[in-house]
Design a protein around this ligand. Structure first.
Ligand code: NAP
Length: 443
């Protein structure tokens, strides 16, 4: 993987063009001509746009973990090449990035009239928890708006840009769009499908074991990899495990980084087997905890769990929790993302139903062995390597002595009931996946 390049170096007069990685020196200055001047201006303007949008992206990132189910958005107001206001969407329900940047502008004693604003996501144009950002930009007299991503929210989706243009404000789109899109992959998925974005995470030894044959699994990976997991927990709205993992490990599933935020804990536990003395139940009055179960469960146990602060979600009449229904209900509860931490049985169920969007596999340079030692995925598996679930946009990095292989599921769907040799199965609309439903306004 090539290291990410900074697209400009204004001090040395050298520029990268982000899309082509072409490196251009402004040496033409020693033999100027019109074309050289034109090129220089073009490169400089691309570099400036990238520079300010990168700053807006940096700002947007700071809202991570606090704005769900809203998008991460950053904004930078620029006048005469100088930043005069910055802001980001800080908390769910709070001011949007554009209004925070305008506020910052006023606090600095600057006027945004005639200035440009760089915003990572199309400004909203509807009343939600906050009034439309388009109104704020028009009132402030902005001259030009640089946009990273279009907002797929049907309430916005190009309308924000159209309103700005109709008020004589110039709009430039797709500035560092790939980076802006990547930042809001969770929001885009949630707003389009109404379902949480699901990241399957597991830690395994080099021989593919997530625990020893006696069930011991602490710790397979080292300090840095575990810290990375906690950073992910801090960004995800919820974390989910199967009941066997609770019974084997008694995890707290909390986020243990300074200033971190605990995700909502979700346990798939068809028959409410979770012990009342488990760490999850004991802390349920402090950290939101959902136990998903089936209809046939003990009313007495339910009431004992509820008294201790657990939320019980009945999903399905069958013997096991109906995952498709569970994920749909979580979406309705505005839980936009799930970090699926296993174990192998639950992971396969979710993967085979096409509910997993992304995988983080932490691989430790250790060999555990043992036929009975579990691997990351249980279930029936595919019958042929060519039918395997594939990752795309994969990336490999090192975390101390461990590796992290991450990637998106190509087309997430296959169920045990389907013929895995049917190549079309990945492209057809999966019958078991929860139906998309129109999204309620979240902003
Ligand atoms: N290294 C790692 O990254 C890692 C991570 C997690 C776990 N682990 C290890 O994995 C082991 C546990 O894994 P496991 O595979 O035995 O169990 P699991 O996946 O943790 O739990 C499976 C159980 O969840 C319940 N469940 C409810 N609805 C389900 C559904 N729709 N699909 C699948 N399961 C559903 C079922 O029990 P009911 O029918 O009673 O509801 C099922 O038996 C432990 O040893 C743990 O230490 C390792």
């Amino acid at each position: 993987m090539p290291a990410m390049q900074t697209p400009w170096n204004l001090d040395s007069g050298a520029f990268y063009i982000p899309s082509s990685s072409t490196f251009v020196y402004s040496v033409y200055a020693s033999s100027p001509n019109d074309f050289g001047l034109f090129l220089f201006d073009a490169y400089r303007s691309v570099a400036m746009e990238s520079k300010f949008m990168l700053r807006a992206l940096e700002l947007a990132k700071q809202g991570g973990g606090n704005v769900s189910p809203n998008p991460l958005v950053g904004a930078v107001i620029v006048k005469d090449g100088r930043i005069i206001g910055e802001g980001f969407h800080e908390t769910y329900g709070g001011l949007h990035a554009e209004r925070n940047a305008l506020l910052d502008c006023r606090t600095r004693g600057e006027s945004a009239a005639g200035a440009d604003i760089y915003v990572t996501l199309e400004p909203c144009c509807h009343h939600g928890k906050q009034p439309p950002c388009t109104d704020a930009l028009i009132e402030a007299g902005l001259r030009r708006v640089y946009v990273g991503s279009r907002d797929p929210n049907p309430l916005v989706s190009g309308k924000g840009i159209a309103i700005l243009r109709s008020h004589g404000i110039e709009v430039e789109e797709q500035i560092l769009r790939e980076a802006c899109d990547a930042m809001n992959v969770i929001f885009f998925h949630y707003i389009r499908t109404g379902l949480p974005f699901v990241l399957l995470k597991y830690a395994m030894s080099l021989d593919g074991k997530i625990a020893c044959s006696n069930g011991a699994s602490r710790w397979i990976t080292g300090e840095q990899a575990r810290r990375h997991v906690h950073e992910t927990r801090n960004r995800y709205a919820s974390i989910m495990v199967g009941i066997n993992t609770v019974l084997a490990d008694d995890p707290s599933l909390s986020c243990r980084i300074p200033g971190g935020r605990n995700p909502i804990r979700i346990v798939c536990d068809s028959g409410l087997r979770i012990p009342l003395h488990s760490a999850l139940v004991q802390s349920a009055s402090d950290i939101r905890t959902i136990i998903a179960c089936c209809e046939a469960h003990s009313a007495e146990k339910r009431s004992a769990l509820e008294q201790r602060g657990c939320e019980i979600l009945v999903c399905g009449k069958a013997a096991q929790v109906d995952l498709a229904e569970l994920f749909r209900r979580l979406g309705e509860k505005q839980i936009d993302s799930v970090l699926l931490e296993g174990g192998a049985t639950l992971a396969w169920s979710a993967l085979s139903l096409g509910l997993v969007n992304r995988v983080h596999a932490y691989i430790a340079p250790k060999l555990i062995g043992g036929v009975a030692a579990p691997s990351p995925l249980g279930g029936c598996g595919v019958k042929n390597p060519s039918d395997a679930f594939r990752l795309v946009k994969e990336k490999l990095s090192t975390l101390g002595s461990d590796l992290l292989l991450e990637g998106d599921l190509e087309v997430p769907f296959l169920s045990c009931g389907q013929d895995p040799t049917a190549s079309q199965s990945r492209t057809e609309s999966p019958s078991k996946r929860p139906a998309n439903h129109s999204r309620k306004e979240v902003i």
